[in-house]
Design a protein around this ligand. Structure first.
Ligand code: BG6
Length: 478
């Protein structure tokens, strides 16, 4: 008996702003990602009270402007994905290629032509495109002029964008996601909501208002998608970090349940079940307001109820541990951090590696929602060494991925409906949290350093051949 079902969607994942470059080509407008400085301090910089999105090339570098030049090299890159045997490829459509300022009435045809070509290239190799409609790259104008997602007008702008791309591609693309890691705004609202301290990121109510507006916009995208084709699969995308109590102290256990609700489940509960969960006011009261203080109406709640997502896309990199009674050593993480778990090792960037946590995540999510699951990001950010023959022996990455794929097989054996797996950054790209190139996830090495120097040539790492075998054997040969 095979561990993975026939038709399992093996592939890889990227995001437009992290690999395309060509940030002003084809009429593209600036996105918020274009205004993020490179380097490990990028989050600290945008959290300064005076950060106002000004692009200051005298002081900072902007690696997202050039990415890995996928805009001009996508054919070469997709050919490499095809060589690995990808069944699907997850990428995003840069909103500011299609609506450069975000508030136009008509789309930019040159931007659409680019994605016509990307999709055609995928289909040429029978690679199923999996599209994230919005991945940390809203038009900069919407953040600067409108104040990001806290403004309800964004719903109309997003609806126009979503309708444009769904209408154009629904007969070629079956799998869609509305917003990348929508819950990440709990810790860092700049990328998914366009909120920085200068436009209200420090007031939690703005983040919840922004979420509500995103939920409504996302439900609208589901509705549009299903009107175009009832079989279209429109999913949500959550950042999931399996969360444990540090010990058996019931106080920590209760805090763990609440952290799960507040971080892992809140957005999913609304998008998957179509209604706000019972703990909504418990969560909001921590910040001094309740649901009634937000700007919402019955029509919006009815839209949410009528248009839940079809499947659950989620990223999984690490787990978290909760200890609220004593001081424990803390760790870094993908916007999360938390208490150091003594049973786990961590990546070079301090993210705690926990494959068993993935099996737990899959079981928890499936028990809670009974909807198909799609792991749309997972992987190890590491420093790779390339030798004179252009070899990269990334056994550490193979080990990481193997253990996570074994955990997936375990979860499928547990009865979980898992439909696909797209490891993050299948080709090296710019890191979202640090703006570095040196934090690499790919099966394909890109000759580019943190200072933007390099030939941009692509090389197959050892993990390239390994993943090719994994796909060919449908997960039997790990
Ligand atoms: C996820 C994001 O949080 O993690 C990606 O959806 C991101 O955009 C990925 O790149 C890995 O994070 P990082 O910070 O290592 O690039």
């Amino acid at each position: 008996m095979t561990k993975f079902p026939d038709g399992f969607l093996w592939g890889g994942a990227t995001a437009a702003n992290q690999l395309e470059g060509g940030y002003q080509d084809g009429g593209k407008g600036l996105s918020i990602a274009d205004a993020l400085p490179g380097g490990p301090d990028r989050f600290k910089i945008v959290q300064q009270p005076d950060f106002d999105w000004t692009i200051d090339e005298q002081r900072y570098t902007y690696p997202n402007h050039t990415g890995i030049d996928h805009y001009h090299r996508f054919k070469e890159d997709i050919a490499l994905f095809a060589e690995m045997g990808f069944k699907c490829y997850r990428f995003s459509i840069a909103w500011s290629r299609i609506f450069p300022q975000g508030d136009e009435l008509e789309p930019n045809e040159a931007g659409l032509k680019f994605y016509d070509a990307v999709i055609a290239e995928c289909l040429k190799y029978k690679i199923e495109p999996v599209i994230t409609i919005s991945h940390y790259e809203m038009p900069l104008n919407l953040a600067k002029l409108y104040g990001g997602w806290a403004n309800k007008r964004l719903i109309t702008f997003y609806e126009r964008f979503a309708r444009t791309v769904l209408t154009r591609y629904h007969d070629q693309v079956s799998y869609w996601m509305t917003f990348n890691e929508i819950n990440s705004a709990a810790h860092f609202p700049v990328m998914s909501q366009g909120l920085v301290p200068a436009n209200g990121a420090n007031q939690k109510q703005n983040i919840f208002q922004a979420w509500h507006n995103q939920f409504v916009a996302g439900a609208m995208a589901v509705k549009i998608g299903h009107e175009l084709d009832p079989h279209l699969q429109v999913g949500c995308m959550l950042l999931f970090a399996t969360t444990y109590s540090y010990n058996a102290n019931p106080v920590n256990q209760l805090a763990t349940i609440q952290q799960n609700q507040d971080f892992n489940y809140f957005c999913g509960d609304v998008q998957i079940r179509g209604e706000y969960p019972a703990y909504t006011n418990r969560l909001m009261r921590q910040y001094g307001f309740t649901f009634n203080d937000l700007n919402w109406n019955d029509e919006e709640l009815a839209l949410l109820k009528a248009n839940p997502v079809d499947y659950i896309g989620f990223s999984y990199y690490m787990s978290a541990a909760v200890e609220v009674t004593a001081e424990q050593e803390t760790v870094a993480g993908n916007l999360l951090g938390g208490v150091k778990n003594p049973f786990l090792k961590a990546s070079d960037w301090g993210w705690q590696i926990d494959p068993v946590g993935l099996r737990i995540a899959l079981n928890e999510l499936y028990d809670r929602y009974q909807k198909p699951l799609f792991i749309v990001e997972n992987g190890l950010g590491a420093v790779d060494q390339i030798d004179a023959q252009h070899q990269v022996d990334d056994d550490y990455r193979i080990d990481y991925l193997r253990e996570h794929i074994e955990a997936m097989a375990g979860a499928i054996g547990d009865g979980v409906d898992l439909i696909g797996y797209t490891p993050w950054g299948c080709i090296d790209l710019v890191s979202a949290s640090t703006g570095q190139m040196s934090k690499r996830y790919g099966f394909i090495y890109v000759d580019l350093d943190d200072a933007g120097q390099g030939t941009l040539d692509r090389y197959r790492k050892k993990s390239f051949g390994w993943y090719q075998t994994v796909i060919k054997s449908n997960g039997e040969q790990l």
